[in-house]
Design a protein around this ligand. Structure first.
Ligand code: HEC
Ligand code: HEC
Length: 209
C-alpha cells in the first residue's frame, strides 16, 4: 500500500459515510443522487485526498458505462481495489432513471482539465503511448466506437492508479467487463511503475479535444 492508499483508507474510516448518505437521502428527492461532489470535489474536478477523479467533462457514454459496471459489480469488486471498493456502494443502489439523471447532471458541469502532479520521462512516454493511441486517440481524446475514454485532462494520479490496477488485474478481470478486459490486456505491456509514470507524463502533454 502506498501513502495515498493509506490516506484513503483513513479518510474513509473517519468519514461517517453511512450517516452522511442517509442524511443526504432524507434531504433530497428520491433519485436526486447529488452527493457525488462529496468525494469527486467541488464542481466535480477531482479530489486526490480520497482518490476520486474528475467527472466534469467526462463523456456521457463512458460515465454511464462506469456507473452501470460499478452497479453490476463488474468494477470495484476486487478486495485490493481500494478506490473501486469505495465507489462501488455509491452506484449499487442507482436505478436506470437515476443514472439517466446523473449523466445529464454531470454533463452540465464545466470541463476543466486537471492539474498535473506527476512527472516522468516524456519522450519515453511518447514511445509507449504509440500503442495506446490506436484506441485512446493521438491527442488522448478517446474513441467512442472503441469504448476507450478520453485520457487527456484526467487527474494524472488517477490514471496511474488505474494502470496499476489493470496491470494487477484488480480492474478489468470480471467476466462480462468486455471493455475492462481489453484494457487489462493492454496494461500488461507496461513493464513497471516507471513506465506508467512516463506514459502518464506524456498524456499530461496532450490536449484532448
Ligand atoms: C465515498 C466517495 C465517493 C462518492 C460519494 C462517489 N464516488 Fe465516484 N469514485 C470514488 C472513487 C474513490 C473513485 C475511483 C475508483 C477507482 O480508482 O477505480 C470513483 C470513481 C468514479 C467513476 C469512474 C471514473 C472513471 O474515469 O472511470 C465514476 C464515473 C464515478 N466515480 C461517479 C460517481 C458519481 C456519479 C457519484 C454520485 C452518485 C459518485 N461517483 C460518488 C469515490 C466516490
Ligand atoms: C484495444 C484498445 C485499447 C488500447 C490499445 C489501450 N486502451 Fe486504455 N482503455 C481501453 C478501454 C476500452 C478502456 C475502458 C475500460 C472500461 O470501460 O472500464 C480503457 C481505459 C483506460 C484507462 C482508465 C480510464 C479511466 O477513466 O478510468 C486508462 C488510464 C487507460 N485506458 C490508459 C491506456 C494506456 C496508457 C494505454 C497504452 C499503454 C492504453 N490505455 C491502451 C482501450 C484501450
Amino acid at each position: 500500500m502506498n501513502g495515498s492508499r493509506n490516506l484513503l483508507v483513513s479518510v474513509l474510516m473517519l468519514m461517517p459515510l453511512s450517516g452522511l448518505i442517509s442524511a443526504a437521502e432524507t434531504e433530497r428527492e428520491p433519485y436526486d443522487d447529488r452527493y457525488c461532489t462529496t468525494c469527486h470535489g467541488i464542481d466535480g474536478i477531482g479530489n486526490e485526498g480520497v482518490q476520486a477523479p474528475r467527472l466534469a467533462g467526462m463523456e456521457d457514454w463512458y460515465l454511464r458505462r462506469q456507473l452501470e459496471n460499478f452497479r453490476a459489480g463488474l468494477r470495484g469488486r476486487h478486495p485490493q481495489d481500494i478506490e473501486g471498493l469505495a465507489m462501488q456502494p455509491m452506484a449499487a443502489k442507482l436505478t436506470d432513471a437515476s443514472i439517466d439523471e446523473l449523466v445529464e447532471w454531470v454533463g452540465s458541469w464545466e470541463y476543466k482539465p486537471a492539474e498535473h502532479t506527476i512527472s516522468g520521462d516524456v519522450n519515453a512516454g511518447r514511445r509507449l503511448y504509440a500503442s495506446c493511441a490506436a484506441c485512446h486517440g493521438a491527442d488522448g481524446e478517446g474513441n467512442e466506437a472503441l469504448g476507450a475514454p478520453q485520457l487527456a485532462g484526467q487527474n494524472d494520479w488517477y490514471l496511474l492508479t488505474q494502470l496499476k490496477n489493470f496491470k494487477a488485474r484488480f480492474r478489468g478481470n470480471e467476466q462480462g467487463d468486455t471493455y475492462g478486459q481489453q484494457m487489462m490486456t493492454m496494461a500488461q505491456s507496461l513493464p513497471n511503475e516507471q513506465a506508467m509514470r512516463n506514459v502518464v507524463a506524456y498524456i499530461n502533454t496532450l490536449s484532448g479535444n
